[in-house]
Design a protein around this ligand. Structure first.
Ligand code: 13P
Length: 299
């Protein structure tokens, strides 16, 4: 993006009152132009407080939908309109409803990486940052957790609750190859290994810590180690390197989300310029999903 285009972004932001939000998995150029870079929970918290008339969301669809539900007065535009989350596609609202009917009395906790229709069926939502706490706080009895099986198993182990997992997974995290992590560890034996709970169980067993992306930032900030092996989407390696330029980070293998990587600065410019109404969600559906999201933020 040349200086002229950068100036145009600034001018459009001023005239529209837009804010640019980016998830920590976004490409470097997008992170550099965002007003806020954060994890799913931080983006949700921002939306809850936000009065911005226009939000340009650099991430995937469920994030833009969540911002719209929490900030209904904002126009929310997803920068790369085809950016869907493979994990969210694993459990539809119909799946969630039928699953609940199979397990009467169980509480459904839905990971934020899910469609609005599934959130609307849920007792509460959660992100990777608070999944254990939300599962722990669920009403007595079984907890249905979807759509990510790995996160469900992690939350069950950490909370001590009986959790029934939905058999879904993120194509990037669940396909991660443990041999790559072991190679990285052999090269950097002094490094701390931080992995996302969406990775397969063998990753969690070999990690120093299992954390969402926000937790990884906190971990590095509080650690004496100089080198870190990062087991999550590759954009996080850039995020950590930019926050901690005196430390070194390497990826624990090829964990790359195609939907997170396709946003470009030109698309941001395009989204700022258009008159597209952005994400639209029927009121009743948004209201039901809001209840589950609010329970998460209250917890
Ligand atoms: P967090 O934003 O909660 O770290 O998780 C990101 C994510 O979507 C993993 O697929």
């Amino acid at each position: 993006m040349d200086n002229l285009e950068k100036g145009e972004v600034k001018r459009l932001k001023r005239s529209t009152g837009a804010v640019i939000l980016a998830h920590s998995y976004q490409p470097r150029e997008i992170q550099e132009m965002a007003d806020l870079v954060g994890d799913s929970l931080e983006l949700s918290r921002f939306a809850r407080e936000s009065v911005a008339p226009l939000v340009i969301l650099c991430g995937v669809r469920f994030m833009a939908e969540t911002v719209k539900i929490l900030s209904p007065g904002s126009v929310v535009r997803l920068v790369a309109p085809g950016a869907d989350c493979s994990l969210a596609a694993c459990m539809s609202g119909e799946d969630a409803g039928a699953w609940k009917r199979e397990h009467p009395g169980a509480a459904l906790v839905t990971y934020i990486n899910s469609p609005v229709e599934a959130k609307a069926e849920s007792w509460a939502c959660c992100t990777s940052a608070n999944a254990v706490g939300v599962v722990r706080a669920a009403p007595p009895g079984d907890v249905l957790f979807g759509p990510d099986r790995n996160l469900a198993e992690y939350a069950a182990a950490e909370s001590g609750r009986r959790v029934i997992p939905w058999p879904g997974g993120c194509h990037a995290h669940s396909g991660a190859d443990i041999r790559s992590l072991r190679r990285a560890r052999a090269e950097w034996p002094d490094a701390a290994v931080l992995v996302h709970p969406e990775t397969p169980p063998v990753f969690r067993r070999e990690a120093d810590a299992v954390l969402g992306t926000g937790g990884m930032i906190d971990y590095v900030a509080g650690s004496d180690r100089r080198r870190f092996i990062i087991g999550t989407e590759e954009g996080m390696v850039y995020r950590l390197s930019s926050l901690f330029p005196d430390r070194s980070f390497t990826a624990a293998g090829d964990i790359s989300c195609r939907d997170m990587r396709n946003a470009t600065p030109d698309m941001v410019l395009e989204a700022l310029r258009g008159d597209d109404p952005g994400i639209l969600i029927p009121e009743e559906l948004a209201g039901a999903a809001l209840k589950a999201l609010e329970r998460m933020t209250e917890l």
